[in-house]
Design a protein around this ligand. Structure first.
Ligand code: M7G
Length: 332
């Protein structure tokens, strides 16, 4: 059984979350997700990105008789050690090996595995906006040192105009979507949060990737954090770690707990990942460890209002153009 399945198990040691009424649907009746059973109605328009390291292909296209563009993300999943015992069941004479070549003691083959060994995690976004298309397209990246003045004068106005919609976040904190996926919840309006699997997680512990979404709506990103939020941050760290220990048996010392700057979604959330999984977005130009963030604020309550914080902008982001217009970014 995958870890994701065990999230729902009745014997969970995690404090029970409040029983919720999930009758209220937030998806419309003509949503593509109501009856999408295969991809035969998907028409590919272009490849937005092909990441050979992540083995992830992102396509732009349309669905037959549906308005608007779609983004389809196909990602090959990692092997799981916990499934080791079941591998033997896959090694049958109905799963052929096709030899590519042999040389001395070395043989190279293609192995045609059963469908559950060759699952492709698939995310469908429909209707996708132009911002989604830009977010998922391969683009040139530029790094910018964001001073408080640049944030206030150039970045912040752009965020307010351009950021991705937060409806999915509100659906989580209002218990309108993904209710059955909640791993832990603290309902305190100021310091509480909802912890659940990130959309990117395939449910196996060695790629653990969870999201803690705060209940309050007044903190966009790390930039807004002050001494007034220490209790919130400490609460998320403490209870998030306890929940993961109880549910997945992983100690705090085996977790990478961090924030993104800039995030894609401007409602404060914290990423909890397995330390030995190289999740996307853990590089130094984007990830800020929660323990470091807490310590910086302990030393200086308005640290994040005073600090220069580097971040990466992509060439097709409207912000990239704005930064050039203001002379912050010079692209030759
Ligand atoms: P981020 O740091 O704002 O952006 O993280 P990133 O995409 O650059 O990391 C937002 C996180 O929310 C990402 O890891 C997404 O995979 C995740 N996410 C996005 N959506 C739309 C959903 C969703 O509907 N449900 C869940 N559970 N996670 C989501």
């Amino acid at each position: 059984m995958s870890a994701l399945h065990s999230v729902d198990s009745a014997e969970s040691p995690i404090p029970k979350r409040i029983k919720l009424d999930i009758d209220e649907k937030t998806t419309s009746e003509d949503s593509i997700h109501n009856d999408l059973n295969d991809l035969s109605s998907f028409n590919i328009k272009s490849v937005l990105s092909n990441n050979t390291n992540l083995k992830r292909l992102i396509l732009r296209g349309t669905f037959d008789s549906k308005e608007g563009d779609a983004v389809v993300i196909l990602q090959k999943t990692a092997f799981e050690e916990e499934d080791l015992a079941s591998y033997k069941n896959h090694f049958t004479d109905t799963n052929p090996l096709e030899k590519t070549f042999q040389n001395d003691i070395y043989g190279d083959y293609k192995y045609f595995a059963d469908k559950d060994l060759s699952v492709i995690k698939t995310t469908v976004i429909h209707p996708a906006t132009e911002k989604h298309i830009i977010k998922f397209s391969t683009q040139k990246l530029y790094i910018v040192d964001e001073t408080p003045a640049i944030y206030k004068e150039v970045v912040l106005p752009q965020l307010t105009d351009e950021s991705l919609h937060l409806q999915w976040v509100y659906n989580i904190i209002e218990h309108k979507s993904e209710v059955e996926r909640i791993i832990f919840e603290d309902t305190d309006p100021d310091n509480g949060f909802v912890m659940l699997p990130d959309l990117k997680w395939n449910g196996h512990i060695n790629t653990l990737y969870l999201l803690a979404v705060i209940n309050r709506r007044d903190i966009k990103s790390m930039r807004d954090l002050t001494g007034n939020h220490l209790e919130l941050l400490r609460n998320i760290k403490k209870k998030g770690v306890e929940a993961i220990k109880a549910k997945f048996g992983l100690d705090e010392s085996r977790l990478r707990i961090y924030l993104h700057y800039h995030p894609s979604f401007y409602h404060l959330h914290i990423h909890f990942g397995f330390l030995q999984h190289d999740a996307p977005g853990i590089l130094t130009e984007k990830a800020h460890l929660l323990s470091q963030v807490i310590n910086n604020i302990e030393l200086l309550p308005d640290y994040y209002q005073k600090a220069t914080i580097p971040f990466v902008v992509r060439e097709n982001d409207v912000l990239c153009k704005k930064l050039q217009e203001h002379g912050v970014l010079n692209i030759s």
